[in-house]
Ligand binder design. Sequence first.
Ligand SMILES: NC(=O)C1=CN([C@@H]2O[C@H](COP(=O)(O)OP(=O)(O)OC[C@H]3O[C@@H](n4cnc5c(N)ncnc54)[C@H](OP(=O)(O)O)[C@@H]3O)[C@@H](O)[C@H]2O)C=CC1
Ligand SMILES: CC(=O)N[C@@H](CCC(=O)OP(=O)(O)O)C(=O)O
Length: 313
Amino acid sequence: MTASVFIDGGAGTTGLEIADRLAGRADLQLIRLDEARRKDPAARREALNDADAVILCLPDDAAREAVALIDNPRTRVIDASTAHRVADGWTYGFPELEADARERVAKATRVSNPGCYPTGFLALVRPLVRAGLLDPSTPTAVNATSGYSGGGKSMIAAFEDADAPDATGTAFRLYALSLGHKHVAEMQGHAGLQHPPLFAPAVARTYRGMIVEVPLPIAPPLSAIQDTLAQSYAGQRLVRVADAQESAAMSLVTLERLAGTDGLELFVFGNEQRGQARLVAVLDNLGKGAAGAAVQNLNLMLGLDEPSGLRLP
Ligand SMILES: NC(=O)C1=CN([C@@H]2O[C@H](COP(=O)(O)OP(=O)(O)OC[C@H]3O[C@@H](n4cnc5c(N)ncnc54)[C@H](OP(=O)(O)O)[C@@H]3O)[C@@H](O)[C@H]2O)C=CC1
Ligand SMILES: CC(=O)N[C@@H](CCC(=O)OP(=O)(O)O)C(=O)O
């Protein structure tokens, strides 16, 4: 039996990435709206209610509107926006994060896809909080850099089109300087921290790719961090924890390392004598940070082979 899937916002950056991953799958049938109707509320209402599963690749307000347009109990929803990531009644769609997460996603009717930066941060920090290696009261900081596709069509235009209204020639820039970034609540909430992390994101002149770093000026023993992360993700196909030897042999981490894949790699760097660590996550903002995660969640919700259509690293 084939399941029908509608991508609302399918002409956007994330929507197109998802459609690429679903193309050619015999177990799914894609419902499409043509260019003239893709923003028409009546056409969207019909498609949203006809589909077995919908993936929302929309700005937050349009995602909330799409959910309100669904008036049947059957259609299941994956929301790639920030709108429902800490909302009651929604299941957080990060199958590797908690022992029961995969099963909860599989049963859920409303799944929020994690943010790209929170995917890296939570993968590093949540297991340490759960294991008691980081006290929930620990102040945390996150330094992160994204490829410019992270800002969707408008940021892609700003970096690629000299005539775009906010065109830029920069190689690298910091943003979210007033510390009000939309991902902070999600990072704090799903990590189980008492204080909001200080989030310092940046964007670089490369299309896709992401590094998320959590520096720990006073760190638990590196071997305990390493073992906890390795145990947390043992057997996962998309998440890989580099072993201590591999990390010790590395002198660089590049932004493009996992670009074009749906994988997530975690590294524990540091200096045991100083008692300091740099925890680093590498992913593709459009892969495990968005479209890859959405397809993984879709497969789980429909009871299909979990990595089907995914770009394994
Ligand atoms: N880019 C990334 O790396 C990531 C993005 N996300 C999230 O995914 C969502 C989509 O982001 P992204 O793909 O980057 O953004 P884009 O701007 O590239 O795409 C958004 C799409 O939504 C369409 N749209 C806007 N309003 C409506 C509406 N009312 N009805 C139907 N379609 C509408 C836009 O139309 P039009 O083409 O006419 O502008 C556009 O095609 C966002 O919530 C974002 O936060 C999540 C993780 C990572
Ligand atoms: C480079 C860049 O601007 N990135 C975006 C985050 C990507 C995004 O909007 O995605 P989420 O759905 O994960 O929130 C930002 O910081 O707002």
